[in-house]
Design a protein around this ligand. Structure first.
Ligand code: 0RA
Length: 663
């Protein structure tokens, strides 16, 4: 069942811009032909691009690719396409080729234009294919987004192979027709399909350079969600050359294995089941790992539903029910013992739930929550039936699942006690600030900055170098606990972690309350070496997992102490790392002064420390800003994998910007 693009994520935002439907959810009844007529022409898109693609930053830029690829994926879902090629061209363009049926080339009866022109020049033009226009594709609405891409491109060429002929049409300057659709030759033997090549308009976007990693992640997700679909990526840009092919015979089973790849599986098998009813279907894959976090990823018609919704609710409810029922039946939970909670059972689970339905309703803040109630019952029923069977058929694994849940329940009780203890302790000791904290004078969190500093030896210089009015120093000894590998109870007993929680003053985990933070800047200050990077990663992991709002609200920063200093004329210059040093040498051919290798925070003098990490007028901080938890999760699975060397080299700044630390 193809996705309904009109009510899809991006498109529904676009609808909001033009039709005020009184806050009602946009459903098929509240939006009609009148809306389409208002939307004629592409000007509104160029006037307010953000309304259609979210922003004119990197996310909006990549949205162009998603819109084009979505149409090809729809064609694949409808069963007419099994290969998509995405190429980033040398001149900055992007080409998407599919082997579907090709956009219709005949004349649209009402519009008196070719189907190609309709799809590329009329907003939601695809919607018209839906009602009796002869282009209906099993309920799907094609071509909704490509006109938006056209509107925001400096140039766009579409080539359609159909009925043995190649048809070509060109647009320029934001979707204006440069040449009408015309037969320009024969289609390659037997080939049908669509090729769209576009060049983003540099007058619209902040920057027009695509990021291959962003594209790859998305394409891989499409390939996982559409089993058997082959998606090839090619980057032809000089210095970026690469080719990658994604094709997964196992679909979401492969997806789950991929997500768990850097973790230790509780057992090898992936639980998989599917069920369909008239008009809707569900597919679920799950596998437990030995870790302590749950990772449920849900999708509706191939669109990520990061806010969850009915399908996730159904899965969670039935998962809790099926495992408890099994455990009771097998006497693994005794009569007088409590049932396991859902969160106990979900500890360490990695799951994909992918549903397809005719009229998905996307709700929530970011329109990423599935609202269709019928999906809750379908997923719940499917999970209850199929998971119950699976548990019966796999007694060894079933016992492992129950055991893990029982341990999680015990840890949950212990964690509550630990948390109560921390709370009582801080009540007894007044504000309960850790002894090692050198606090600042101001009590206004908006002005206050907390430095979490690696090593007691660095604390001295840091305290000297800071501005005591608004900068506080909390030294942390060595490697803090990896919270990815420890349950909450153990984490809360760790003194370094207790100190961080107390200093920030806003609780931890589910109880974390952003309104109570004592510092609006929390700056991580670690040595410019591999160990420093590792400690920073551990701290970031802690914040991401246990004070997520602190990260997502943009309060976490990373200071960048330099690795080298040298003198140019009378000025001291700092160089972050070897790469920066080499770049500096390349720029300053006759630089003869020595480079001083700074051995770590503890060895730096106060001025050096102040200038490079503490003085707001001189330092550069990296803001850590994880917005898209899904991507961050993926990053963390890399970070926290067993590849210790690799993970030291990562830093998450924001969801679209996962940097390698060149150390
Ligand atoms: C409308 C109707 C049909 C196909 C398409 C649109 C279509 C659009 C795109 C955009 C990129 N690739 C695409 N592939 C197909 C069905 C036409 C028919 O009935 O043959």
């Amino acid at each position: 069942m193809p996705r309904d693009r009109v009510f899809g994520k991006g498109a529904s935002v676009a609808m909001q811009a033009v039709s005020d439907n009184g806050g009602k959810r946009r459903g098929s009844s509240s939006y009609g032909a009148k809306d389409l007529t208002v939307l004629k022409g592409l000007e509104p898109v160029r006037k307010r691009p953000g309304m259609y693609i979210g922003s004119t930053g990197p996310s909006g830029l990549h949205h162009l690719i998603w819109e084009v690829v979505d149409n090809s994926v729809d064609e694949a879902m409808a069963g007419f396409c099994d290969r998509i090629d995405v190429t980033l061209l040398v001149d900055g363009g992007c080409r998407v080729v599919d082997n579907g049926r090709g956009i219709p080339t005949d004349i649209h009866p009402q519009e008196k234009k070719s189907g190609v022109e309709v799809a590329l020049t009329i907003l939601h033009g695809g919607g018209k294919f839906g009602d009796g226009g002869g282009y209906k594709v099993s309920g799907g609405l094609h071509g909704v987004g490509v006109s938006v891409v056209n509107a925001l491109s400096a140039k766009l060429i579409v080539e359609v192979d159909r009925e043995g002929k190649r048809h070509t049409m060109e647009f320029g300057n934001g979707g204006k027709v440069v040449s009408k659709l015309a037969v320009t030759g024969n289609a390659p033997r037997g080939r049908t399909g669509t090729t769209i090549t576009f060049w983003p308009d540099a007058t619209i976007f902040d920057e027009t350079e695509f990021r291959s990693q962003t594209v790859l992640e998305r394409l891989q997700m499409y390939a996982f969600l559409n089993k058997g679909l082959e998606i090839r990526f090619k980057d032809e840009r000089p210095g970026h050359e690469q080719e990658v092919t994604y094709k997964y015979a196992g679909g979401i089973i492969d997806f789950v294995r991929h997500l768990n790849q850097s973790k230790e599986a509780l057992f090898k098998k992936v639980v998989y089941f599917e069920q369909s009813e008239e008009d809707q279907e569900v597919e679920v894959a799950l596998q437990w790992n030995t870790g302590f976090y749950e990772g449920i990823h849900s999708f509706a018609n191939g669109i990520a539903t990061g806010e969850g919704g009915m399908h996730e609710e159904g899965l969670k409810k039935a998962l809790t029910n099926a495992v408890n029922k099994y455990a009771r039946g097998k006497n693994l939970i005794k009569e007088k013992e409590d049932n396991l909670l859902g969160e106990d059972i979900r500890e360490g689970v990695t799951a994909i739930v992918s549903v397809r339905l005719r009229e998905p309703q996307f709700e929530g803040q970011t329109k990423a929550k599935l609202g269709n109630v019928s999906m809750r019952s379908l997923v719940e029923k499917a999970t209850n039936e199929k998971l119950t069977d699976w548990l019966e058929e796999h007694p060894t694994e079933a016992r492992q699942i129950v055991n893990k849940g029982v341990q999680a329940a015990r840890a949950r009780t212990a964690a509550r006690q630990a948390r109560d203890l921390i709370r009582r302790k801080s009540a007894l000791e007044g504000a309960g600030m850790p002894g090692k904290l050198a606090d600042c004078a101001t009590k206004d969190p908006r002005e206050a900055e907390l430095f979490i500093v690696e090593g007691d030896s660095a604390a001295g210089p840091a305290i000297q170098a800071r501005n005591p009015q608004n900068q506080a120093i909390l030294p942390i000894r060595g490697k803090i606990l990896n919270v990815e590998r420890a349950r909450a109870d153990k984490m809360l007993k760790n003194t370094e972690i207790q100190a961080i929680i107390a200093a920030i003053g806003a609780g931890v985990g589910e109880e974390f309350d952003l309104a109570k933070i004592r510092y609006h800047k929390v700056t991580l200050l670690t040595d410019a070496d591999v160990d420093g990077a590792h400690i920073r990663t551990l701290l970031l992991t802690f914040f991401f997992r246990q004070m997520h709002d602190l990260v997502s609200a943009g309060h976490v920063y990373v200071a960048q102490p330099p690795l080298y200093s040298t003198v140019v004329g009378k000025e001291k210059t700092y160089l972050k790392d070897d790469a920066a040093k080499n770049a500096f040498l390349a720029d300053h051919g006759n630089h003869r002064n020595a480079f001083n290798r700074l051995k770590g925070l503890g060895e730096m003098d106060f001025d050096e420390l102040r200038e490079t990490t503490m003085d707001p007028t001189k330092r550069t901080l990296l803001q850590v800003n994880v917005e898209e938890a899904a991507i961050a999760d993926q990053v963390l699975s890399i970070l926290m994998g067993d590849d210790v060397e690799l993970r030291k080299h990562f830093i998450v700044t924001n969801a679209n910007d996962v940097r390698f630390l060149d150390i």
